[in-house]
Design a binder for this molecule. Structure first.
Ligand code: GLN
Length: 189
């Protein structure tokens, strides 16, 4: 898995731990700080962080259209705030998301008292369902999705991992556990 050119958007947020997770798999990644760097990549992660801040930096540094063009062709994985940025619709007038996956999202949807928690949900990639520890930090919820979207992970009745063609999203932070299940899945997309 060493010859894949994986990038992580590194404007804000939790990019360093994603980098560490890929490195545990023997995959070197590029930290992306300018749009031109996208041209050298096969796939991109948009990490967790603060979606409004990341959006501000995306627009300030001219990333918006390059990210949309990239996501129309190549695999992109958004975790938490990254998911919010990739969504078709966010229930928040401050957000103007990239619209790369047909989901409707609510930010900070697990309420103020339980902004962060860890729970074991399930993922399934065509094979058998498997348990996966999921770390939620002021996490969003997928409220709705079109029939183009395939749910891949659940916590109770909530979809926590989903995919539409080459776009993968997760509402939690897979880079904060030892398991690299989702990182491995993304590398095979
Ligand atoms: N609450 C953040 C937002 O709505 C996302 C949190 C995260 O990425 N862990 O932007």
């Amino acid at each position: 898995m060493t010859d894949r050119r994986v990038g992580i958007l590194a404007l804000q947020g939790d990019f360093a731990l994603h980098q560490a997770a890929f490195e545990r798999l023997g995959v070197r990644v590029a930290l992306v700080k300018e749009p031109e760097a996208l041209e050298r990549l096969d796939r991109l992660v948009i990490p967790g962080g603060e979606a409004t801040t990341m959006q501000l930096l995306i627009d300030k540094f001219g990333f918006r259209q390059p990210l949309i063009d990239f996501g129309n062709q190549r695999p992109v994985w958004g975790t938490c705030a990254g998911l919010i940025l990739l969504a078709g619709e966010v229930v928040d007038s401050l957000m103007n998301p990239l619209g790369l996956i047909d989901i409707r999202v609510e930010r900070n949807a697990y309420g103020s008292q339980i902004n962060s928690f860890i729970e074991t949900g399930t993922v399934s990639f065509g094979k058998q369902e498997q348990p996966l520890e999921m770390v939620f930090i002021r996490a969003p919820k997928i409220l709705d999705y079109s029939d183009k979207v395939v749910p891949l992970g659940m916590l109770g009745s909530n979809v926590t991992v989903a995919k539409q063609d080459n776009i993968l999203v997760s509402t939690f932070h897979p880079e904060l556990t030892d398991r690299t299940t989702l990182h491995e899945y993304f590398l095979k997309m």
